[in-house]
Design a protein around this ligand. Structure first.
Ligand SMILES: [Zn+2]
Length: 393
């Protein structure tokens, strides 16, 4: 992304200091910016006495600060049952996911069952996290990017029909009003499901568009492959929980499970996590069927393990509000000056769409996440594995 002449404006970046309202609301763990989220995660992990590793990202945040994926490993390194918690696959959604991880470190980490470990991946897309964007440094959606790029890429002809609406020339209220009406008309014409697939299903033709999947495996996803190779090859059963926000009824946590209908993994997810588990393939989910999903890569990255992957997805705001934020964010980074007063406003809009400031929403989402973590640990313990060989030495 080109740098702009307004770089010095970042001194006025919102939320650089701890917001007194957050403290008053008791929303501990919800950070106002990436640097604070990272500090809170590292502090909680250090307090829990767990092993840490940081993987530096080559770029910087809007405040000039360092970016990294941070890893915390809890429990025995040879544990055969592993819970993987991911935050920030979609950058801005990491504000909620990070709070969930900090909650896990503070409250659940000390009660890991036998033969069980947890791997916490903080800020998988640290660039998007810091810049309050859903996408990464290449405008790529990580969850449309985990593909074999030597093969033909998924086709989404519908996206081409809406791209000019999605990236208007100007970000004025009049232009946005017109775009929203045209998108409503488009949805009425092709139907809600076809429109959702066109807009959000992923596209590989417009690098300046939304839900762009890229042309090669992106930095974060290459790191993820390395992380799985180094940390997860001893595991025999893995539960991946990739925390997301922005879809579905406000305040409700849907557990999106993309394992095939009838698969043992989908059955395990339902048995462990209960009736909020939904299958997009069966038409049960608020989410479209998509290719290139990050958490579904763990199956091939960990061939010795049975992997159950689920996305806790917390609804934040009406769809139209979330889409408006995504359009503004995309416009800002394609046509605008990210480090400007307008940029600050768009980042506020993105936070509102993906991590509402409402204390009740935050508390409910956090409590639900922590209950899901506990259920996943119980579920992992319930899987029958070969008895461990006793060491008589
Ligand atoms: Zn997401």
């Amino acid at each position: 992304m080109p740098e702009t002449a307004n770089q010095s404006a970042h001194a006025a970046q919102p939320g650089q200091a701890q917001d007194p309202q957050d403290a008053a609301n008791g929303t501990g763990g919800y950070a106002p910016n990436y640097a604070t989220a990272r500090q809170q995660f590292l502090a909680a992990a250090t307090l829990a006495g767990v092993a840490l590793e940081s993987l530096p990202h080559p770029q910087r945040g809007p405040d000039g600060g360092e970016l990294a994926i941070d890893l915390a490993w809890l429990g025995p390194r040879d544990a055969r049952r592993v819970l993987v918690l991911i935050s920030g696959t979609h950058g801005v959604e990491g504000y909620q996911g990070s709070a969930a991880q900090v909650g896990f470190l503070g409250h659940t980490a000390s009660t890991l069952p036998a033969d069980t470990a947890a791997l916490l991946i903080h800020g998988l897309n640290p660039y998007g996290f810091a810049w309050v964007r859903r996408v990464n440094e290449d405008n790529v959606d990580l969850n449309r990017n985990y593909l074999d790029f030597s093969r033909p890429l998924p086709s989404n002809p519908g996206y081409g029909q809406v791209h000019t609406l999605i990236l208007p020339e100007a970000l004025t209220p009049a232009a946005l009003g017109q775009v929203q009406q045209q998108l409503v008309d488009y949805m009425a014409r092709v139907g809600k499901a076809a429109a959702a697939t066109a807009i959000t299903g992923g596209q590989y033709t417009h690098p300046d568009g939304i839900f762009y999947g890229g042309q090669g495996l992106c930095w974060s996803n290459r790191q993820l492959a390395s992380i799985a190779g180094r940390y997860l090859q001893q595991a025999r059963v893995i539960c991946v929980l990739d925390h997301h926000t922005g879809l579905g009824p406000v305040g409700h946590t849907e557990l999106i499970c993309r394992h095939p209908a009838g698969s043992p993994e989908l059955a395990l997810a339902r048995a462990w996590l209960g009736p909020d588990v939904t299958s997009p393939a069966a038409g049960e989910s608020a989410s479209a069927v998509i290719d290139g999903n990050v958490r579904m890569a763990f199956g091939s990255l960990c061939p010795h393990a049975q992997v159950v992957s689920v996305c806790p997805e917390v609804g934040t705001a009406p769809e139209s509000q979330v889409l408006a934020a995504l359009l503004a964010d995309n416009w800002l980074h394609q046509r605008g000056a990210p480090l400007s007063a307008l940029g600050d406003g768009v980042r506020q809009q993105m936070m509102g769409a993906f991590c509402p400031r409402d204390a009740a929403w935050r508390a409910q989402a956090l409590a639900r996440a922590m209950a899901i973590h506990r259920s996943a640990l119980v579920g992992l313990s319930s899987v029958a594995l070969e008895p461990l060989a006793l060491d008589h030495a």
